[in-house]
Design a protein around this ligand. Structure first.
Ligand SMILES: Nc1nc2c(ncn2[C@@H]2O[C@H](COP(=O)(O)OP(=O)(O)OP(=O)(O)O)[C@@H](O)[C@H]2O)c(=O)[nH]1
Length: 802
């Protein structure tokens, strides 16, 4: 097997851009991925444009995969290889890439930051064991930072490292970024492991130029310096402040020197709060700061690792991905602190257990056909084996197993437990399916429990797809079917003879349109875009009917289903699994989505299917429902009932209840907006927002000004010292904004607002006109809101129901 790997590597090494250095390293570490304790399955996640792809390029460069890092700005990156990604300079699909670094094998997934491609973050979050979350140090925590943070929570990925990126930018602030983690309640104990050094040249640091040229690693007690080409050098720091002043490492009067010892002492003492072992070590040290400075990293790291894995602390690193400053430190700490598959308790997971894998992404490649990205949760997957899809109930044959280096691939014989790879040859598998070894459900060797599914976020926009001619209908439908297999957040249905494609936003639909044309080559027109509205439960008295009878083979069959159907209360939240409704079983617990019931005979699964069908289509408006709570309290049906009759009866009973309650409120999707304009056009932009149903939430430029009520929280500041809560004031946070205002020729203002998505579809054109071309904006989904009476009439007219 090793020889085959080596031949592949040798062939690849002769091709661009695979460097010889990388080839040598791969030869030495080809076995690393077989040692599960050395695998780190991790994702880079963040708000749009925080620098994930740039950091990925820098990691690929530092790990010798690339001779020089590519750039998002010139469309030359490895992971953003789709034409649409290169043209727009944004990531659209997540790309996984294996990285060999020191003793570790990382499976790194670069994810998109734009909320329209949230499905990609959803599926990446499902299969990783840890994540690096980036923030732009000028902006601090942004709306989608919180979005991806919640996605990681949802898939139970507690172990994260934070990377404060873009410290080279004017207006960047390490301290404000650190404080914004607390202000937005991302984590109560962010712990800075490194400190930035703006400059080593006395002329520059005396003028306090912005930028970053070096970092101090507070754990390893060493100093990193980078030259203008991103090459690094590292030196140990002396154990006394006096020796640091007399060393050549830093100019003797460098302003950071007085902060170094307090920062390390604070780090150790704060960490000791979560580790009795480290507390004992510190108590045994002779008194005086030099004993703290002399403590070896090997004595600290096990405590830091445990505290990180338990999520007691959030390790924070910093640098500039564009200048490759801090990249090696991120890679070192990913290896040292993030969990291996063996550190995480997934459902049933072991190397010697029967094979169980999860398909977390499916994509189509003209050359290779269907490519299924999988993670092995137990056992070992071999090439040319038959596997069984517990979700679709179909057998599949694996023809090839690949490790994918973005668009390049290396063929391997096996994928061991805990690893991530790509399978060729699977014909039916969709994102979220569980695949197992063995011959099928009847075989005792086939594991019966499915892995947790991946849930697409709710669609907020749709467009009609009109085939150019009758002969184009089938190819268009096949292409849409294939596209929704690769991207489950694209949903397709037919309403009144029209094909509708639903997506997560305007950009998402634009990309869908481009992919249908370019990748599948089908001929069609895209009709007008429409936001997806929802209906809520009517306020009338609903019938108490809980029975439904039909005839089977001439005999009556009666199904009874008792349930309470109410709107969600103010304090209740919809479940994304149920498209923002809440469905509870007889035990009062949330019912899983119908897809989660793998056994077709399971009565609860068939009832769930019926409920889902009624909630997806209102008898009054044909809109899907939102914010409805269905609590099933009991059921009765003949034992030999067919699954489809039970599902149909459940659907009919709920539909009857909904119909009798009358038509409910109509809801429409809202978006959060962040608009940045010059001061002189602020008035016009705000007026336009309010005229279009928007609500301005904040005109201050930094999100931290909302940090009220953070009484019990504090943070570790630039010098690593704990900042008490009283210092978490708007003024301490606004220094970054003030800096940028001073260095900017015209005063910029940032507007935070919410607005109905339907009124913002042409916002880029509108804003360009209003701001004289100087405005910038970002959008993120803000959920569904009930509309007023007049707007309801407008919507009903738009959808042809009034
Ligand atoms: N000054 C500076 N610019 C950076 C840095 N990192 C990234 N950028 C720039 O920020 C922009 C966005 O960078 P990307 O790497 O595409 O960000 P991303 O988070 O991958 O973007 P999406 O995947 O589209 O969300 C590009 O213009 C980069 O050149 C940095 O450290 N410093």
């Amino acid at each position: 097997m090793l020889r085959q790997v080596n031949n592949n590597l040798l062939r690849r090494a002769n091709q661009n851009p695979w460097s010889c250095q990388w080839y040598c390293r791969r030869l030495l570490t080809a076995g690393a991925r077989d040692d599960t304790s050395r695998i780190r399955n991790m994702a880079l996640v963040a708000h749009i444009d925080s620098g994930k792809t740039t950091l990925t390029e820098s990691i690929l460069h530092k790990s010798s995969y690339l001779a020089t890092p590519g750039s998002v700005d010139t469309g030359s990156t490895t992971t953003d290889f789709l034409p649409a990604e290169r043209e727009r300079g944004i990531t659209i699909q997540s790309a996984s890439i294996p990285v060999e670094w020191k003793d570790w094998h990382f499976n790194l997934i670069d994810t998109p930051g734009h909320a329209d491609f949230g499905m990609e973050v959803e599926s990446a979050s499902r299969v990783v064991d840890g994540a690096v979350v980036l923030i732009d140090s000028v902006e601090g925590v942004e709306s989608q930072t919180k979005g991806v943070w919640r996605q990681l929570d949802r898939y139970n990925v507690p172990t994260r490292l934070m990377f404060l990126n873009k410290l080279d930018r004017p207006g960047a602030s390490f301290k404000s970024s650190l404080l914004s983690l607390l202000a937005h309640r991302l984590h109560p104990k962010p712990m800075a492991l490194s400190l930035p050094i703006a400059s080593f040249s006395p002329e520059d640091y005396s003028r306090a130029e912005p930028g970053v040229h070096g970092l101090v690693d507070l754990v390893k007690w060493e100093i990193w310096k980078w030259d203008d080409h991103g090459a690094s050098s590292v030196s140990p720091l002396p154990q006394t402040v006096e020796d640091i002043c007399h060393s050549e490492i830093l100019p003797f009067d460098h302003p950071i020197i007085p902060h170094l010892a307090p920062a390390r002492i604070a780090l150790l003492e704060n960490l000791a709060m979560f580790s009795e072992g480290l507390m004992e070590v510190l108590l045994d040290l002779p008194s005086g700061p030099s004993s703290y400075l002399g403590l070896q990293a090997a004595d600290i790291m096990p405590h830091l690792r445990k505290a990180t894995l338990r999520n007691d602390v959030l390790p924070v690193l910093c640098g500039s991905a564009m200048k490759s400053i801090g990249t090696e430190m991120v890679m070192n700490y990913v290896g040292e602190l993030l969990p291996s598959p063996m550190d995480v308790r997934h459902q049933i997971e072991a190397a010697d257990a029967p094979l169980r894998i999860l398909a977390w992404k499916v994509s189509w490649d003209k050359r290779r056909g269907w490519m299924t990205f999988v993670r092995v949760y137990s056992g070992t997957l071999k090439r040319q084996t038959s596997i069984y899809n517990t979700s679709s109930g179909q057998k599949e044959k694996v023809s090839k197993v690949l490790l994918l280096y973005a668009s390049e691939a290396e063929e391997v014989e096996t994928l061991p437990f805990g690893s991530v790879g790509v399978l060729l040859g699977l014909k039916y598998t969709r994102t979220g399916d569980t695949l197992v070894g063995g011959r099928g459900p009847t075989s005792p060797k086939t594991p019966q429990v499915s892995l947790r599914n991946i849930i697409p976020p709710p669609a907020v926009m749709s467009a009609s797809v009109i085939p150019k001619s009758h002969s184009d209908l089938d190819p268009v439908q096949d292409a849409l079917h294939a596209l929704s297999r690769t991207d489950p957040s694209v949903r397709v249905d037919t309403q009144e003879g029209q094909i509708l494609v639903h997506g997560l936003g305007a950009l998402h639909l634009e990309i869908v349109e481009g992919r249908l044309r370019d990748e599948w080559g089908v001929k069609f027109e895209f009709g007008g875009r429409r936001v997806s509205y929802r209906e809520g439960l009517g306020h009338g008295t609903s019938s108490n009917n809980n029975e439904w009878t039909t005839e089977v083979a001439g005999k009556p069959v009666t199904v009874a289903l008792w349930m309470a159907v109410t709107p969600l209360s103010e304090t209740e939240h919809g479940d994304p699994v149920w498209d923002d409704n809440l469905v509870l079983g007889p035990d009062g617990k949330a019912l899983p989505s119908p897809d989660a019931f793998r056994d077709q005979q399971d009565p609860m699964g068939n009832i769930a299917r019926g409920i889902a069908s009624s909630l997806s289509n209102s008898p009054h408006t044909s809109l899907a429902f939102s914010h409805v709570k269905v609590h099933i309290t009991g059921f009765k049906f003949p034992q030999e009932i067919s699954p489809s009759i039970l599902a149909g009866a459940s659907s009919a009973i709920l539909r009857d209840r909904i119909r009798s309650a009358g038509m409910g409120p109509v809801m429409e999707p809202y978006i959060k907006l962040k608009v940045s304009v010059n001061e002189d056009t602020l008035g016009k932009v705000v007026k336009d927002l309010t005229e279009n149903g928007g609500e301005v939430l904040d005109l201050a430029s930094d999100a931290i000004s909302t940090a009220s009520g953070e009484e019990e929280l504090g943070a570790y500041s630039t010098d690593g010292v704990y900042v008490p809560p009283e210092e978490l004031s708007p003024s301490s946070a606004s220094s970054a904004a003030a800096n940028s205002a001073v260095s900017s020729p015209r005063l910029k203002r940032t507007i935070h607002a919410v607005a109905p998505l339907s009124k913002m579809l042409d916002y880029s054109t509108r804003l360009r006109a209003l701001s004289g071309g100087h405005g910038l904006f970002e959008m993120a989904n803000a959920g569904f809101r009930t509309v007023t009476g007049s707007r309801k009439m407008e919507i009903l007219r738009e959808i042809g129901r009034a």
